[in-house]
Design a protein around this ligand. Structure first.
Ligand code: NDP
Ligand code: OXD
Length: 311
């Protein structure tokens, strides 16, 4: 049987994915949305922010593979059949990119780069005595594939690490917490807080005025998870008061971030355009093909999302 997969993403290059997948299965029937052709042929789709309405055009769809980690957009689709399997990519390339992004910005916060930039703009010699990384506490919200890899790299850089997850985890070199009390513990000890949580009903609006108030005065915040985990007005208030000294934000409630949003011009905000990390075609192709073979053979899929947990 020749597997058939529909690709739907305006953010990723279809040719790159077709070539990477066909390098493993030369006969792969690879179609690019909206050129669906015979919709009945399509049993699997590889999607990133797929157009709403697409899924209901595909009567034989059995597997949706998210072309990335966070699946919230897929679950926003009102036409998603309740029994359709949703899988995600767990891509070593994307994992390496996100841990580099986290390390880059944790180091920038630790070495007070925004303060040094401000001083340089004023030709002002602002000697800031360096503090050892071991005296800087970094809290990681989310200890999944990306949180763990980031913790590992930050650990190698010498930072003191705290982590929070839904279920209790054990990670070498990380003081791990879970539950409501665990969150308070991590917040109150984070000189730099890094959010790598998926967006689910329980993580929506999680970081609000109370959460920011719980953090030490002058703490920094990095969000590479999802924008709607943050109450943006509360973050702005915490930045305006100086309680949070700087925020590095890759993800926003509305993307692209509207031109009039205060984040753009705020002196204590660094905006990146949701490009902390993307799944790479070459390193992801084997797991996509593996799932297509499992579909063909009726074996259980890998990297399946737990629909009740939402991630
Ligand atoms: P995983 O599913 O591997 O891990 C998610 C982590 O979050 C787990 O540790 C999980 O806990 C924890 N978690 C989930 N819900 C809760 C909760 N209610 N309370 C506490 N902890 C919770 O995801 P990844 O690490 O692969 O990715 C994380 C997110 O990063 C993605 O969902 C996506 O939103 C974002 N992302 C952003 C990118 C960017 O470019 N900015 C790129 C890629 C991903 P437990 O361990 O108990 O399951
Ligand atoms: C992802 C992302 O979730 O890029 O993969 O945000």
């Amino acid at each position: 049987v020749n597997p058939c997969i529909l690709f739907a993403s305006v953010y990723d290059k279809p040719d790159e994915w077709r070539d990477a997948l066909r390098a493993l299965v030369p006969s792969l029937d690879f179609r690019v949305y909206p050129d669906v052709q015979q919709a009945e042929d399509i049993e699997a789709a590889l999607v990133w922010r797929h157009p709403l309405g697409m899924v209901k055009q595909l009567p034989n769809l059995k597997l949706v593979i998210n072309l990335g980690a966070g699946v919230n957009h897929i679950f926003d689709d009102p036409d998603l059949p309740p029994d359709l399997t949703v899988a995600r990519l767990v891509d070593p390339g994307q994992t390496a990119q996100i841990s580099a992004y986290v390390a880059q910005h944790v180091l920038a916060m630790h070495r007070q780069m925004p303060e040094l930039r401000r001083a340089q703009n004023e030709s002002r010699w602002n000697y800031i005595h360096p503090m050892p990384a071991s005296e800087c506490r970094v809290g990681l919200l989310g200890l999944g594939n990306l949180g763990r890899a980031s913790a590992e790299l930050l650990g190698r850089l010498g930072f003191s690490l705290f982590g929070w997850s839904r279920t209790q985890r054990e990670l070498a070199g990380v003081s791990c917490h879970s539950g409501v009390d665990g969150l308070q513990q991590v917040l109150s000890q984070s000189d730099i807080l890094v959010c790598l949580l998926p967006l689910t009903p329980s993580t929506t609006d999680l970081l609000d005025a109370r959460a920011f108030a719980r953090m030490p005065k002058g703490a920094a915040f990095i969000n590479a998870g999802r924008g709607a985990t943050v109450v943006e007005g509360d973050l702005l208030a915490a930045l305006d008061s100086g309680h949070i000294r700087h925020a590095v934000l890759d993800v926003f409630r509305q993307e692209p971030l509207p031109a009039e949003h205060r984040f753009w011009q705020h002196p204590a905000v660094t905006v990146t355009p949701h490009n902390a990390a993307v799944a790479e075609a070459r390193s992801s192709a084997p797991q996509v093909i593996d799932n297509l073979m499992r579909l063909r053979d009726g074996r259980p899929f890998i990297n399946v999302v737990d629909r009740s947990a939402g991630y």
